[in-house]
Design a protein. Structure first.
Lengths: 288, 181
């Protein structure tokens, strides 16, 4: 039977504790760091050679859907009652309320080095050492709201702008496309600086610290963010019943995107699964 | 038949497929990893910087300026004209030199950039802008600005990984592929 992913603000005290405990156990087993490595490995930018499966590509959504399922599976091996909650950043916009409480993710980092000092993932607690990183620090960092040069979280209308687009994605299927649900949600906008950071990308930057870098998975909020991103895909499907994942077929011979994006029925690395097979999650989980 | 990007049959084992890392890119990374470019940087950087530094731009002796705005304007000249750059930004030594052995699609505009002597891995976006391993959800018009953006994200005692551990992230990419629950 399908399990339920819940709004993080609705978790009971026990549900929060079990979610945190399962994360800490997956970390202790060494499994968590593999997720960090995988995310770094599959972040291929669109101005470079090679297949990009995870970002700046149509498979941004199915890739992260499968990535979340793998983490959720690891959590549920520890505690079968646990599911990944989602954080609705359009609704819960405070840097001091859920999910940033000491009984869940802990809060923002301290002044200076942005080290997280409260909650289960604070370095001094000893349960969340950062072992796979792009820099030499071993502690989790955050800078909620980007204190030196503040930005706001994306809004419900920002999300609606993405959800209203009836086309899943458009050629050249990268970070430069101005149309299509996928990039509007992933959030590569035109221009430079804060004005160009939309939806998903903007949330990464609002959280700051580890979430801005290639090792963003080190912050467990990564999963709550991507559960909400995943929920948007489901909402978009419900809104546009005749629309599907694109491209349906691989780009043709001579097309610059040939071999660089995953079409609907192509294998999406590192898994033996296609975007089409991840199109419908209702048999596995649902969102409350 | 469903095939992946390298033409391997769907269902090919991931150990043999390595689909996300075609040969040329991987080879380039190893050049960087093994430091083959670093000696060239040491030999050529000083004259290149001297030749390319715009008038009025402080040289290597410039002291860190704590009053400097955190996100300054683009570098005068930019990378199109210059073959290298070097500056101290917020107390960090930033150096960059253009290489010709690149992963970028153009192939002729790849940069080897260091912060305090440690490699900063840059990636290229399709719109020509640059992003770094420590700043992955936004991009910058030039490699120098991407390096400054990376410095902005570093804490006071936080450093990039030493070159012997990879060029700021490549080391993390080696080894196991995929998630093995």
């Amino acid at each position: 039977m399908a399990y339920t992913r819940k709004d993080v603000t609705t978790l009971t005290r026990t549900e929060k504790r079990r979610f945190v405990d399962a994360l800490l156990e997956v970390k202790r087993r060494g499994e968590y760091d593999e997720f960090v490595r995988t995310h770094i490995e599959y972040y291929v930018a669109d101005g470079e050679k090679g297949l990009r499966a995870a970002h700046m590509a149509p498979s941004f959504l199915p890739w992260h859907r499968r990535f979340l399922l793998d983490l959720e599976q690891a959590l549920r091996r520890v505690d079968p009652s646990v599911t990944v909650p989602y954080w609705d950043w359009t609704k819960d916009r405070s840097a001091t309320a859920s999910p940033w409480t000491a009984d869940l993710l802990g809060g923002t980092g301290r002044g200076g080095d942005h080290r997280v000092t409260a909650g289960p993932f604070a370095y001094d607690g000893g349960a969340w050492p950062i072992r796979v990183n792009v820099t030499d620090i071993a502690y989790l960092t955050r800078d909620l709201g980007r204190s030196a040069d503040p930005i706001t979280l994306p809004t419900a209308s920002d999300l609606k702008w993405a959800l209203d687009d009836p086309v899943y994605d458009t050629a050249p299927w990268d970070s430069t496309v101005s149309k299509g649900f996928r990039n509007k949600l992933e959030g590569w906008g035109p221009g430079r600086g804060a004005a160009s950071w939309r939806n998903h990308n903007r949330v990464h930057r609002w959280v700051g610290g580890a979430m801005v870098g290639g090792a963003s998975v080190n912050d467990p909020v990564f999963w709550l963010v991507h559960a909400f991103v995943d929920l948007q895909w489901s909402r978009w499907q419900a809104r546009h019943r005749d629309s599907r994942y694109l491209p349906a077929e691989p780009p043709g011979l001579g097309n610059a995107q040939r071999g660089r994006v995953v079409a609907r029925h192509e294998r999406m690395p590192p898994w033996d699964v296609t975007p089409d097979q991840l199109d419908d999650h209702s048999a596995i989980y649902r969102y409350a | 038949m469903i095939v992946n990007a390298e033409g391997a049959p769907d269902g090919a084992r991931r150990e043999s497929a390595e689909p996300a890392r075609p040969g040329p890119g991987r080879r380039t990374r190893r050049h960087l990893l093994r430091g083959l470019i670093a000696p060239a940087v040491a030999v050529t950087l000083a004259p290149l910087v001297a030749a390319s530094r715009p008038p009025g731009e402080a040289g290597p002796s410039r002291a860190p300026d704590p009053t400097r705005p955190p996100r300054p304007a683009p570098a005068p000249g930019g990378p199109v004209e210059a073959a290298a750059f070097e500056e101290t930004y917020r107390g960090r030594r930033i150096r960059g030199v253009r290489t010709t052995d690149g992963r970028a699609l153009g192939g002729d505009d790849t940069w080897h950039v260091t912060v305090d002597g440690r490699p900063l891995h840059l990636m290229r976006r399709a719109d020509g802008t640059w992003m770094s391993m420590v700043d992955h959800y936004g991009s910058y018009p030039t490699p120098l600005e991407a390096a400054r953006g990376a410095v902005d994200e570093l804490g006071p005692r936080e450093h990039l990984l030493p070159a012997t551990h990879g060029d700021g992230g490549h080391d993390l990419r080696r080894g196991r592929h995929g998630v093995h629950p």
